[in-house]
Ligand binder design. Sequence first.
Ligand code: 3HC
Ligand code: NAI
Length: 698
Amino acid sequence: MTDKIAYTRHDDIAVLRIQNPPVNALGVAVRRGLADAVDRAEADAGVRAVLIVGDGRAFIAGADISEFGKPPMSPNLPDLCNRIEASPLVVVASMHGVSLGGGLEVAMAAHYRIAQPGSRVGLPEVHLGLLPGAGGTQRLPRLIGVENAIEVITTGRHIQAAEALELGIIDKIEEGDPETVGLAYTKSLLAKDAPRRPISEMPGPDPIDWDATYAAILKKGRGQISPATAVRAIQAASELEFSKGMTRERELFMELMKTDQRKGLIHAFFGERAVSNLPELKGVEPRPLQSIGVIGGGTMGAGIATAALLAGFKVVLIEMKKEAADAAQDRISGNLSGALKRGKITQTQFDALTTTALEVSVNYDSLSDVDLVVEAVFEDMSVKKQVFAKLDAICKPGAILATNTSYLDINEIAASTTRPKDVIGLHFFSPAHVMKLLEVVVADQTALDVTATGFALGKALGKTSVRAGVCDGFIGNRILATYRTAADHMVLDGASPYQIDKALTDFGFAMGPYAVADLAGLDIGWATRKRKAPERHPDERVPTYIDRLCEQGHFGQKTGQGYYIYEKGKRGGVPNPEITRLIEAEQQALGITPQSFTDAQIVRRYMCAMVNEGARVLEEGIAARPLDIDMTLLFGYGFPRYWGGPMKWADIQGLPQVLADIEEYACEDAWFWRPAPLLRDLIAKGQDFEHMNKEAAT
Ligand code: 3HC
Ligand code: NAI
């Protein structure tokens, strides 16, 4: 028996305690240990029952995800579950914390399940591009019926103990030490001679319209295949006897294991955990944070204030004038009433958050005692410098001065204070109380504990924080500018904005770039083009047709017209014929003969532009690791999670092919498509971006 399982005897009950911190993942040593421990219990004279418990904070969080993609090691999890279920002893699972994936499958292999009130269960495998592969698709429908099983498995959601009891996933809820309550429950079962109760012996679930269900779930998955594939496995539970159903589940599980989606989703799982784990911050204590100042109560300031209030901070928001302060207060109340409607906060909390926890003022002196200030005023260097000079004069020593600027040079902003070490960028995304991404932008002189505090704030606000360096647009907006340019070039050359949006939503993006532009406001891009015009390289191709639309006062959704025309009360828009006319006029003026692009060609160019700029961002140290870019795009830009991010996408395609494509595009536009030297370096060394992630972790 391995040291991952502690075996103890309590009268006629053998207790198997899983000890594999932090979350008792079912790695090979745990699987072997459990199989051996069941053998031992069966050979242990007088033992009538087995109680399985988990040590530490969870019963079992599932299969060990880090083993996926590696050669299988015996015993495999389905065999282990079948072995546990087949035991002649009565087997009980006492669950606390989470029992997820293989963890719930082990529990369902037991004959009875008792759980702590605060515990959660679920089969989240679809989120890793897989399906429950240790009998979950065969046992759960037998236990709770086909409709419920489909919902639980295809959403992968976590289910609270009370609901699990109602559904019939668990048999009893009892508060207390899991081993103590588990032993009492097992004793009570033995006392009444409760029989073994293998789920595999229960009848299979009733049939439903499998093809229609498969099609509906496939559509809902927006290109993700694992939930729909899980439906086919559940179908096998209905149509085949248990052992054949298990074989079918295994086949489908192994099919999914080989997919790129599985690789992308598992990269995302580890990436979102690694992203805030920075080697330079090891052992660095963040500064204490209780109160947050926000300067500017427009779109962003109000959103940031809302996020901070919801996370329990005291907030002081500063506006320029009384009317603007009132408008800010209204915006925040509007945001919070959304949270109230969704049941995230109670009316009492709403009242407290909009009154005692929040101070809206026109007087900067109110900031004298805050721990951290986020400036979210107009995107104008001279305004920001004035604000920072005021903050420098008013804020207490040690207070962190942060800017939410999208593009401006944070070193220059920091230099306008006498404490540049305390200055940092905290780049939120709109709406700031909803979007998950926070770019923590570290300037030349930012102190380490200030960076650590940026990450601590991100965590407190429930954000995924990514470290970025200072440059025009940091990680996300800089890469966005490049792939938007690639799309704009395709429009000039003959692809319509509507074909591009469709090709990219089919690829899995939440929205296409032109629908996004309409949402963000076309005036922003217009202003940026005008700002950058003086320094523009003569070889740079910049479309001007969209400026004509802006000149007519059309800025996208907010004015009702942009790339699309929007009707009040209707979701989404319809293509704007004026855009097509303006594009054709520009093509004629430039002497361009429009060419046709396939959807695959569009996606390829768009993605290559993203990867090439990502490689430059890495070369310049703006992002420390490829995974930082991947997580930025995933959490801030609607990139499909099942591709793992652009750098993971590039690894999956193979870097030599990506470089070959870029070189081919360079034949048409050598200025835009200059291959990043990092790409060539990695290829020459036979490495890829994952290699860089691994090197950074050691
Ligand atoms: N395998 C390997 N490592 C795991 C793991 C797993 N199943 N679950 C969590 N971990 C690791 C995390 O990577 C993290 O490692 P780190 O400290 O080195 O970054 C550590 O355990 C702690 O995890 P979190 O930081 O996520 O801790 P939380 O308390 O926030 O969350 C959790 C705990 C809810 C268990 C969350 O980690 C989680 O959702 N885990 C994945 C659960 C899952 O998807 N299970 C299904 C696995 S697939 C399967 O079982 C296939 C089977 O059907 C055959
Ligand atoms: P906004 O125009 O909606 O709000 C700016 C607010 O700042 C206004 O209410 C204005 O009254 C106030 N203000 C201006 N000068 C001030 C001063 N000296 N003192 C106090 N208040 C002052 O602008 P928005 O969109 O909220 O942007 C703010 C900042 O956030 C900008 O730097 C922008 O680049 C950045 N940002 C914007 C995003 C967006 O999607 N809108 C996303 C991420 C960052």
